[in-house]
Write a new protein. Structure first.
Length: 156
């Protein structure tokens, strides 16, 4: 790239952002892939390129877990293991799962949301659309006493 554009700071910043975006996208889809190791190699290459153009870039932990529930929240917040998603998972397990209507909602959600997220989850408009309602719900749940600490899903 330097051969074509020299060391133009604007071009270098764009290159860094492109590689960082690639890291995020590949890291997100890794949870849905059978061969996570092959994609991990791609992520590591992208991290190397991003660091070449942005010396301060801090790479995320590479996702080697299988994708799990809370599909929309995971797409919006970028991780299944973050305070907002921990709160929503607790609400699912300790409140929704207690009633037949809550369980029906959970089953419907898990029947529909994986496909919706697969189609739209990487789209910034999708994330923006859902972020505010999810933030509001998480705040309400936290204010109501639902914890936002690390959480292991219950079997119900």
């Amino acid at each position: 790239m330097e051969k074509q554009f020299g060391d133009n700071p604007g071009i270098m910043l764009l290159a860094a952002q492109a590689w960082e975006n690639g890291v995020d996208k590949h890291n997100y889809i890794n949870g849905y892939l059978e061969n996570k190791e092959a994609n991990k190699e791609t992520i590591l290459k992208y991290i190397s390129k991003a660091k070449k153009y942005d010396k301060q870039y801090s790479a995320p932990e590479i996702n080697m877990k299988n994708a799990e529930g809370c599909y929309v929240a995971t797409a919006v917040y970028g991780s299944y293991d973050c305070p907002q998603v921990w709160t929503l998972r607790r609400f699912r397990d300790y409140t929704l799962a207690k009633s037949c209507y809550g369980r029906a909602f959970i089953y419907l959600y898990y029947a529909v949301s994986p496909t919706v997220v697969k189609l739209f989850g990487k789209n910034s408009l999708f994330k923006k659309f859902w972020k505010k309602p999810l933030d509001y719900m998480v705040k309400y749940l936290n204010d109501s006493g639902v914890e936002s600490t690390p959480y292991k899903d219950r079997n119900w």
